[in-house]
Each structure stands twice: as structure tokens, then as C-alpha cells.
Design a binder for this molecule. Structure first.
Ligand SMILES: Cc1cc2nc3c(=O)[nH]c(=O)nc-3n(C[C@H](O)[C@H](O)[C@H](O)COP(=O)(O)OP(=O)(O)OC[C@H]3O[C@@H](n4cnc5c(N)ncnc54)[C@H](O)[C@@H]3O)c2cc1C
Length: 309
């Protein structure tokens, strides 16, 4: 992008515009996945919906490529485009809770942790993902599932309305009453239908939850996954389990003898009555996953992932 275009963008927008010559450029282009190494021509940090509308119009009029950054957490780094412009929504983070209506209005650049922090004070929550640094934008528009999903549905199911800047730079609110077709499309359509500057979510009463982690040696992964697939559908909706492969961190709650070891495991969340917490997990601890039967063996001949089993 020539300096004239960059300067013109700076005068058009309220938020800062960062180009390759700026000191913060390399820090700004870092995303969650450190394998991603893209070089946008510019980052536009939008201060508000007006900035997003102006940025979209400017980018389109200048024939540039466009990407949108919510939390910057997507694995393939979808928020960065080589030689194009990234519209960065991070200045547009913030949450307003209405505890009477049980709704939260959430800025398009907010993280899951912002939402949880704001709603927890009121004994309320909406289902989101498992990592607090994920953006509400990418997660909601992709569906969104996490600890509360078995009880309260996907994040997208709990999206009541969205303020959206469309490709022509215009602004609409999508809800069941206005533009319901757009609301439907946003529920899983990713970033393809417009830039969401604000989400409104339905909240549910959630106060104290029970959590647990169960881990097994990594060579039991097949058994654990086979068991997990059978256990979860018949468990009460209060129970959610997130399967993971990880190296055990060197600290509590993990016993010292397994620190640093590669394990597989399930991170559990129990949203029901805490008096029933132990009971809900009895069958997880005893007998737990059994060795898989030959019926469940991998059908792929000479599968490299299974070569050790
Ligand atoms: C370690 C890890 C754990 C994860 N855990 C979960 C999980 O528990 N549950 C789950 O459901 N998903 C999970 N995900 C997937 C995650 O939800 C998606 O990668 C999501 O797209 C990240 O959103 P983001 O806004 O942070 O990412 P970004 O990279 O900023 O954006 C991702 C995509 O969404 C678009 N987008 C973002 N914000 C907006 C907006 N406001 N308006 C329009 N488009 C927007 C972007 O343009 C881009 O196409 C996980 C991912 C990782 C890497």
C-alpha cells in the first residue's frame, strides 16, 4: 500500500492505523497461533461502529482485501490477510449486563473472559468456549461450544441480536424482529456475512460450578476416547467434559510424579447441584475407560497414528 493511501486512511478513521513502518507493527501482527506469519498492508483499530463503516467503505473503494480480527484466536489465523487490511476490533471490547432482562450486550472485540467476568457478578452466564482469550466474535459466528453447552446450548443459540456492518458499509441490527434471515446466517456462518460490532446474548442462572480433571497415560488415548464417546451422551446435561491431549503442568492440582508427562484427559464441568457432584463422576473414576475392543479398532490399514498400539 502506498503511503498516500495509508495517510488517507489515517485521516478518515478515528482509531489508529498501523502500517509496516510503525514500531508496533510486528507486535500487532502476532496471533494466538505462532505458526502464522502474515504481513497485512495495514491494521485499522476501529474505535466504534462508525469507524468500522468508514473502514469497510474505504477498503472497498480502494479495491483492497479485508480481514476482521476479533480475538485473533483462530487456528488458521483468519484475521490476517497478506497485503490487505485487517480491521481490528480489539478497542471495541466491553460488556453491559442487564440483570433483570438477563441479557448482556458485548462489544465485537471482547474476549470470552470479559463476558464471563462481567456476568458472574450477577450469578449469570451464557455458554462460550473453554479458553478465556478466545474472541466472542469468531467463536459465536462459528457456533461456539463449551462448559455450559450441554445444559444451555451453543453460543450462537444464545445470540439474541447482532449489530452488523455489511459489505456496502451500511449498518443493520439483526434479530428475530429485524433481518431474521441475517441473524440465522450469523449463527454459524463465520465472518462471511458482515462485521459484528456488538452482540446481545441471553444469560442463564449459573453461580458456582464443580470442576474436575481426570488424566490417563497418553497410550490409553484410544480407550479413553472410545469410553468418552459412550459416556457423555448418557450423562446428565449438567455434566460437560472437554477431551484433551496435554503435557501436565508442573504445579497443583497435579501430583508431582506426573509433572511434565504427556497424558490424555478430560476437563469436567458440573453445573448441577454441588451435592450431586461426587455422584455424577462415580462412573468416571470407577471403572473409568476400559481397554477398547477389536470392534473399535482403527479401520485404516497401517494407520501411522495407531502404529504403537
Ligand atoms: C486453543 C483453542 C481452543 C479453542 N476452544 C474452543 C472452544 O472451547 N469452543 C469453541 O467453540 N471454539 C473453540 N476454539 C475455536 C475458536 O472459537 C475459533 O477459532 C474462533 O474463530 C476464534 O475467534 P476469534 O475472534 O478469537 O478469532 P479471529 O482469528 O479474530 O477470527 C476468526 C474468524 O472470525 C471472524 N470474526 C471474528 N470476530 C468477528 C466479528 N466481530 N465480526 C465478524 N467476523 C468476525 C474473523 O474475520 C475470522 O474469519 C478454540 C480455538 C483454539 C485455537
Amino acid at each position: 500500500m502506498d503511503t498516500g493511501t495509508l495517510e488517507a486512511m489515517r485521516t478518515t478513521l478515528r482509531g489508529p492505523v498501523i502500517g509496516p513502518q510503525d514500531a508496533e507493527y510486528d507486535r500487532t501482527r502476532q496471533v494466538y497461533n505462532a505458526m502464522i506469519d502474515r504481513h497485512p498492508a495495514a491494521f485499522v483499530s476501529c474505535a466504534d461502529a462508525a469507524d468500522v463503516m468508514a473502514a469497510v467503505t474505504f477498503i472497498r473503494d480502494n479495491g483492497l482485501e479485508l480481514a476482521v480480527r476479533g480475538g485473533g484466536h483462530s487456528g488458521p489465523g483468519l484475521c490476517l490477510v497478506d497485503d490487505g487490511v485487517t480491521i481490528d476490533l480489539s478497542p471495541m471490547a466491553g460488556v453491559r449486563v442487564d440483570p433483570v432482562a438477563r441479557t448482556a450486550q458485548v462489544g465485537g472485540g471482547s474476549h470470552l473472559g470479559d463476558l464471563d467476568h462481567a456476568t458472574h457478578a450477577f450469578g449469570l452466564a451464557t455458554p462460550t468456549g473453554i479458553i478465556s482469550m478466545t474472541g466472542v466474535g469468531g467463536l459465536t459466528l462459528g457456533g461456539g461450544h463449551g462448559y455450559l453447552t450441554r445444559r444451555y446450548g451453543l453460543t450462537a443459540d444464545n445470540m439474541l441480536s447482532a449489530d452488523v456492518v455489511l459489505a456496502d458499509g451500511s449498518f443493520v441490527t439483526a434479530s428475530e424482529a429485524e433481518h431474521p434471515d441475517l441473524l440465522w446466517a450469523l449463527r454459524g456462518g463465520g465472518g462471511n456475512f458482515g462485521i459484528v460490532t456488538s452482540f446481545t446474548y441471553r444469560l442463564h442462572p449459573v453461580d458456582t460450578v464443580g470442576v474436575a480433571i481426570t488424566v490417563w497415560p497418553v497410550d490409553r488415548t484410544r480407550d479413553v476416547l472410545t469410553w468418552y464417546r459412550e459416556f457423555l451422551p448418557q450423562a446428565p446435561d449438567d455434566v460437560y467434559g472437554f477431551f484433551a491431549l496435554f503435557a501436565i503442568p508442573p504445579g497443583p492440582p497435579f501430583p508431582e510424579e506426573i509433572h511434565g508427562q504427556k497424558m490424555c484427559g478430560v476437563v469436567w464441568c458440573h453445573t448441577g447441584d454441588l451435592d450431586h457432584f461426587e455422584e455424577a463422576f462415580t462412573s468416571v473414576r470407577e471403572p473409568g475407560p476400559r481397554p477398547s475392543t477389536s470392534r473399535n479398532r482403527c479401520p485404516t490399514p497401517r494407520c501411522r497414528a495407531c502404529s504403537t498400539s
